[in-house]
Design a protein around this ligand. Structure first.
Ligand code: FAD
Ligand code: NAD
Length: 481
């Protein structure tokens, strides 16, 4: 007879491993099938995020920022050091250690919670059955479950004009592993990955050219914040070319020639390495048998409702595999939600309050609606914007670039969105998340006491600025109509 589980999760990334742990915590007999073999040749949990995504990229962002600071900004603090020397092998080893610590930690959590980790590949069959092919080449088995959670994540989009060769033309995974700093680095796509990984290599000394097809820089970010970001990143040396469509690539003498076209005509650039970062797509290859009954939507995501239920009762899908932003924290909360729903609870993810962060320096972070989105509804709104240049703590730290912006409903004063470019934006934005989750108004934030001196005071001032009450910036009141 087939092994029977209450819950089988296919995929052990942030969505899948969290769903499995939460299901086990709720007393459900749970297995998680994960096929990933890491670069050391070992089976690994943690998915894209822990192995080749969020964590290694942030390790390199932090290391490269320290290198940049020692090279360029400690002198103004009165600290004189010689020209720093880069030891890239040590930087990579540190990154790899953090990845192993975290992925090993997930395996420990599985043990502690009684989740069975099945190392290998899972495929959903009809009738809530799962085919499990062990990674060690053992015979496939048919498993049965009351509930199946599909969490197989996403993979990079490939474009025929720049085929990945894992040597000179790489995707985000290859871009985490360069063994020397490319002299000239081409990045195709000025999205989150292009900006983060482009920044890493620029800080370490590469000359970076970012080729972006669309005319608008970061179209999903509040326009005022995106404009400030573009100005800052260009000043940092990222040569961002907008409205530039790649037409072809050619390997010549160990370098890559990239052809692109923009409004002014055709151009060509030669690079030592090229990173292709033009988006990710849901990973559904060999995940579903033809009679599984699960359907895809028009963009090839698995179709789910607000509770992540597919069209088949008892089958759920979460994370990058389904609609919504492809973010680890969104996958995590969907993992918690489906486990609790399976256990009979009524948990819901508030998709209106999922923050976004771009880990450049300064960071960009936001939650809720942008000003352009609110404007397009035609509803009256108000905004408050305060720069970090008016913040004592930011100046003391030498981190005074950027601003905090609130967008609120004109009549009810409810906060509709918070947008930050500046120091610790990833942390500051959480104040907006908490406020919006509690349905706060800007007045609620205005009436709170914020510690001095702290970066958070700019959040306070931006809330005050919505009603022309900011103290540390001069504001001219609009005439009442
Ligand atoms: P994944 O993490 O992709 O995990 C899916 C897992 O399922 C994989 O390990 C895969 O091996 C396994 N799998 C697939 N098919 C099968 C099968 N049939 N059988 C068994 N196993 C299977 N997000 C953020 O929120 N913050 C960040 O800072 C951030 N940085 C990123 C940086 C980079 C370079 C990249 C590429 C992504 C980044 N992301 C970030 C996005 C984040 O990694 C994803 O949103 C997140 O990993 C999605 O989680 P998931 O569980 O849906 O899928
Ligand atoms: P993205 O969607 O953020 O950006 C892709 C960019 O490539 C877009 O600006 C797009 O216009 C451009 N593009 C598409 N086709 C092109 C072409 N042919 N030529 C030139 N430009 C082209 O995608 P990404 O940067 O690959 O990241 C994928 C996903 O991973 C993100 O959507 C995000 O959800 C996730 N991620 C998140 C973080 C984070 O949260 N900090 C970090 C990295 C990745």
């Amino acid at each position: 007879m087939a092994d029977q589980y209450d819950v089988i999760v296919i995929g052990g990334g942030p969505g899948g491993y969290v769903a499995a742990i939460r299901a086990a915590q709720l007393g459900l007999k749970t297995a998680c099938i994960e096929k990933r073999i890491n670069k050391q040749g070992d089976p690994a949990l943690g998915g894209t995020c822990l192995n080749v995504g969020c964590i290694p990229s942030k390790a390199l962002l932090d290391s490269s920022w320290k290198f940049h600071e020692v090279s360029d900004s400690v002198a103004e603090h009165g600290i004189k050091v010689g020209k720093p020397k880069l030891d890239l092998a040590t930087m990579h080893a540190r990154k790899d250690k953090i990845v192993q610590q975290l992925t090993g930690g997930v395996a420990q959590l599985f043990k502690a919670n009684g989740v069975t980790w099945l190392q290998g590949t899972g495929k959903l069959l009809a009738g809530k059955k799962v085919e499990y092919a062990p990674a060690d080449g053992g015979d496939s088995q048919e498993l049965a479950a009351e509930n199946v959670v599909l969490a197989s994540g996403s993979v990079p989009v490939n474009i025929p004009v720049a085929e990945i060769d894992d040597d000179l033309i790489v995707d985000s995974t290859g871009a985490l592993e360069f063994d020397k700093v490319p002299k000239r680095l081409g990045v195709i796509g000025a999205g989150v990955i292009g900006l983060e990984l482009g920044s890493v290599w620029a800080r370490l000394g590469a000359e970076v050219v970012v080729i972006e097809a669309v005319e608008t820089f970061l179209p999903l970010v509040d326009t005022q914040i995106a404009k400030e970001g573009l100005k800052t990143f260009r000043k940092q040396g990222l040569d961002i070319r907008l409205g530039a469509r790649v037409t072809g690539t050619e390997i010549k003498n160990g370098k890559v020639d990239v052809g692109y076209a923009d409004a002014e005509g055709d151009h060509s650039e030669t690079f030592d390495k090229v990173i292709v970062a033009v988006g990710r797509r849901p990973y559904t290859e060999n995940l579903l048998s033809p009679d599984s009954g699960v359907t895809l939507d028009e963009r090839s995501f698995i179709y789910v409702n607000g509770q992540c239920r597919t069209d088949v009762p008892g089958i759920f899908a979460i994370g990058d595999l389904v609609r919504g932003p492809a973010l680890a924290h969104k996958a995590i909360e969907e993992g918690v939600m489906v486990a609790e729903v399976i256990a009979g609870e009524h948990t819901q993810v508030n998709y209106e309050c999922v923050p976004g962060v771009i880990y450049t320096h300064p960071e960009i972070a936001w939650v809720g609606k942008t000003e352009q989105e609110v404007k397009s509804t035609g509803e009256p709104y108000k905004t408050g914007v305060v720069p970090f240049a008016a913040n004592g703590r930011a100046l003391a730290a030498g981190e005074a670039a950027g601003m905090v912006k609130f967008v609120s409903d004109e009549k009810s004063d409810r906060i509709l969105g918070m947008h930050v470019i500046g120091p610790q934006a990833s942390e500051l934005v959480q104040q907006g998340v908490v406020a919006m989750e509690f349905g706060a108004t800007t007045e609620d934030l205005q009436l709170m006491v914020f510690g001095h001196p702290s970066l958070s005071e700019t959040v306070h001032e931006a809330a005050l600025a919505v009603d022309y009450k900011a103290i540390h910036v001069a504001q001219r009141r609009r005439k009442k109509k």
